[in-house]
Design a protein around this ligand. Structure first.
Ligand code: C2E
Ligand code: MG
Ligand code: MG
Length: 740
């Protein structure tokens, strides 16, 4: 039982673990998806920041470019004489635009500036480009118009004359630092950095990091530090040459993401590239809390699942225990039931031992006399008695009602019987306490062999129990002792019963009763006879005890009652004189449901007056049941006389005589047989006298000789029934006898 429960739990546990694993895998995979998504978003972010930087750079340079374009009008036709004055008119913009100066170069390269400087700048790239008719913005240069040669950037545009020829180059100069500072845009809260580079990779503007130094080459000086970046650099260069935007990953100490976008300046004459870079940290710093919260979530989900699973296991274990209890626990004793007994026996491979089928005689009396609770309490007490005596490898179970089964390992029959006797003694003591008569343990014992099947063995033990009367004292029987032929015949009789009842094979025979004084017929007793197939009679002594055991007798009694009332009615209808006929009622009939109502209606149906029907009840049938008295009173009130049959057998007691629910006592043949023996005769005289004093009618049964008749006559016995006068006879013979 525990083993299979364990197996179920392991199965469940594995399922839960698998589910847990699946959930963890799903959540981890989910977290990767989320992190991937985050990475994507961050790249998008990076792209956005790069684009913003590009726009800022463009705006800044474009506004200056517009300024230059605006000023170019004034430069037409300017000469060396007018150039300084014209330039001075622009000086007002210098501070507003955070510039260093404006300058104009004549085609020969001579350059005049707003701060009065004059120099030959024909060697400068911006001059050359200007003269080619293109605007430009330079990288970081050393200032040629200043002695200290500070760092500057120069934006230039060509000035065309009316014929479209370049008549000079107008430029503005930034202090590099100022120019650079003006283009600072916060990049990922200072964690990232951007730079504007030209097509050669030279850093034109550096934003937000001291790694990036103006005029350094981003390809060789900055990114080229790690060889693994070569490929990325080539890709970047290719992308720049194609003028497209794009990003990727760079190798730096912690890993870096970049995005590069082209920025067209100076009406497309110049293209810079805005390169924005963030260290992987930025990404990790953003992804980490999400990932951490995801892991916390996983941990919580797992925890919930574990708690849930634990609860589930506890609950299902409880449920399982409940089911096991339901399946294997007896609801009255709370001990093992028969199913559990079978399992115990199955587990125990060795079968050698005694199988004992036990029941309690007259157990029903306890329920009737003391109530169902008392009955249940006794069942529990007996169970405790059985269990407390069990030794290792022995089992017992309460099967149902008053039935128990035991598997005992006694060394021999005697020691087994010794143990059973001990149980019986305890049960007898207990029965005495509750003052219910006839309570005894009965045992059917089967000595099991290794090869025996439990069901067969139990069947044999039960069969033995039904014959436990073999040993009257201790009420037990070994299966091997019982008369199997007889049992088989009994079974056949039981099988034929219903059919015979329908076929009318049960006949009513009548044994007349005579008045001791006058010798005239005063009545008769109806005695059942079973006609066998071969025409012979089966005597009631053969089948009545059998039918009393299995309860069939109640049906037979009712059948007899009906048959007798019908016969009486027939005789009455035929105008014959009728006499009271007594019908035997066995103990089982008295316990039959609605017995009074049933018999009453049968009688009514027949139309026979109640005084022509009598009922014979044995003293032992009265045992244990208090309301039998009430039942007998009902019959008597109706006018049916009650005869106490077989008085003198068993425990006849004066108390029974005094119960006042009988009209007649029938002295049993065993008492009559004592006539001739002094003590017996004294006893008889005493009983007859007592009976008369209690106003009871006395009938003597089994009177076989005149001497007995003489004694009974002398002692005022009222009626005589016996072979001396007549044996039981079929109805037609009895009819003739009455007619004589
Ligand atoms: P019982 O009710 O005590 O019936 C009297 C028995 O004594 C009858 O035996 C009868 O034949 C026998 N008997 C009468 N006079 C003498 C005699 O002088 N000498 C001897 N040796 N026997 C005598 P029977 O008919 O064999 O019935 C035996 C028992 O079977 C009855 O004892 C009664 O207890 C039971 N029985 C018979 N018919 C029925 C029935 O219809 N219902 C029930 N419940 N029991 C019945
Ligand atoms: Mg009788
Ligand atoms: Mg009798």
């Amino acid at each position: 039982m525990n083993y299979s429960a364990k197996r179920i739990n392991i199965k469940k546990l594995l399922t839960i673990l698998a589910a847990l694993f699946a959930i963890v895998v799903t959540v981890v995979a989910g977290s990767y998806v989320v992190v991937g998504e985050l990475r994507k978003q961050l790249r998008q972010n990076l792209e956005d920041v790069a684009n913003q930087n590009a726009v800022a750079l463009y705006n800044r340079i474009h506004s200056n470019h517009l300024l230059l374009e605006g000023m170019s009008e004034n430069m037409h036709g300017v000469t060396t004489e007018t150039v300084e004055e014209t330039l001075q008119s622009f000086a007002v913009f210098i501070d507003d635009y955070e510039l260093k100066r404006f300058a104009f170069c004549f085609p020969d390269g001579t350059c005049y500036s707003t701060d009065g400087g004059v120099a030959d700048l024909s060697f400068r790239e911006f001059f050359k480009r200007g003269m080619e008719g293109k605007g430009t913005i330079s990288g970081v240069l050393s200032d040629a118009l200043e002695e200290s040669h500070g760092l500057v950037n120069v934006m230039t545009i060509p000035i065309f004359d009316d014929n479209g020829n370049v008549e000079g180059v107008l430029g503005l100069t930034y202090n590099t630092q100022t120019f650079n500072d003006a283009l600072q845009i916060d990049c990922f809260d200072g964690q990232g950095y951007s730079c504007a580079i030209n097509e050669d990779g030279q850093i034109m503007v550096a934003m937000g990091s001291n790694i990036l130094q103006l005029s350094k080459n981003i390809f060789s000086d900055v990114l080229g530090i790690d060889q693994r970046n070569q490929e990325t650099i080539s890709r970047l260069q290719k992308q720049m040459s194609e003028n497209v935007s794009g990003g990727g990953q760079l190798f730096r100490s912690e890993g870096t993401y970049y995005y590069c976008t082209p920025v067209e300046l100076m009406d497309g004459d110049v293209t810079w590239y805005m390169l924005t870079i963030i260290p992987a940290d930025v990404f990790e710093n953003r992804a980490d809390p999400i990932q951490t919260s995801l892991y916390v979530m996983i941990a919580m989900v797992a925890l919930f699942i574990i708690i849930g699973a634990a609860l589930l296991i506890i609950l299902s274990r409880e449920q399982q225990m409940m089911m096991l209890r339901f399946a294997y626990e007896d609801h009255i004793t709370k001990g093992d039931n028969y199913a559990k007994f079978c399992i115990n026996m199955e587990k125990r491979k060795k079968r050698l031992g005694y199988l004992v089928a036990m029941d309690i005689t007259n157990f029903g009396n306890i329920n009737i006399a003391a109530g169902k609770n008392a009955g249940d309490a006794l069942i529990c007490d007996i169970w405790q008695m059985l269990v407390s005596g069990l030794q290792e490898d022995e089992f017992a179970a309460h099967v149902r009602d008053d039935i128990y089964i035991m598997f005992l390992l006694a060394s021999d029959d005697d020691s087994l019987l010794e143990r059973l006797k001990h149980i019986s003694d305890r049960i007898n003591r207990r029965a005495k306490q509750i003052q219910v008569k006839g309570i005894h343990a009965r045992y059917g014992i089967y000595h099991m062999n290794e090869s025996d099947e439990l069901q067969d063995a139990y069947g044999k033990a039960r069969m033995a129990r039904e014959h436990a009367k073999i040993h009257k004292e201790q009420r037990y029987a070994f299966y091997d002792e019982i008369d199997h032929e007889r049992i088989q015949q009994d079974e056949q009789l039981e099988e034929r019963f219903e059919e015979s009842l329908k076929a009318g094979d049960f006949e009513v025979w009548y044994q007349p009763k005579y008045s001791a004084a006058s010798g005239e017929i005063v009545g008769s007793e109806a005695l059942v006879r079973w006609r066998d197939k071969d025409g012979s009679m089966i005597s009631p002594g053969r089948f009545i005890p059998l039918f009393e055991q299995n309860g069939m007798i109640a049906k037979l009694d009712e059948y007899m009652f009906r048959a007798v009332t019908r016969q009486q009615a027939k005789w009455k209808d035929e105008g014959r004189k009728i006499y009271p006929v007594s019908i035997n009622l066995s103990r089982a009939s008295l316990y039959y449901a609605d017995v009074f109502e049933r018999y009453q209606s049968i009688l009514k149906e027949s139309g026979i007056e109640p005084e022509y029907i009598q009922l014979e009840v044995t003293e032992s049938a009265m045992e244990g049941k208090k309301d039998i008295r009430v039942l007998l009173e009902q019959f008597r009130n109706m006018g049916i006389q009650i005869l106490m049959d077989d008085f003198g057998t068993g425990y006849s007691s004066l108390a029974t005589l005094n119960m006042r629910c009988f009209d007649t006592i029938k002295l049993d043949k065993s008492l009559i047989d004592h006539i001739g023996d002094k003590n017996g005769e004294t006893l008889l005289c005493y009983i007859i006298d007592m009976g008369h004093q209690l106003e009871l009618h006395i009938t003597a049964e089994g009177v076989e000789n005149p001497k007995q008749l003489e004694f009974l006559k002398q002692n005022k016995c009222d009626d005589i029934q016996g072979f001396l006068f007549a044996r039981p006879m079929p109805f037609d013979q009895f009819e003739k006898l009455l007619a004589e």
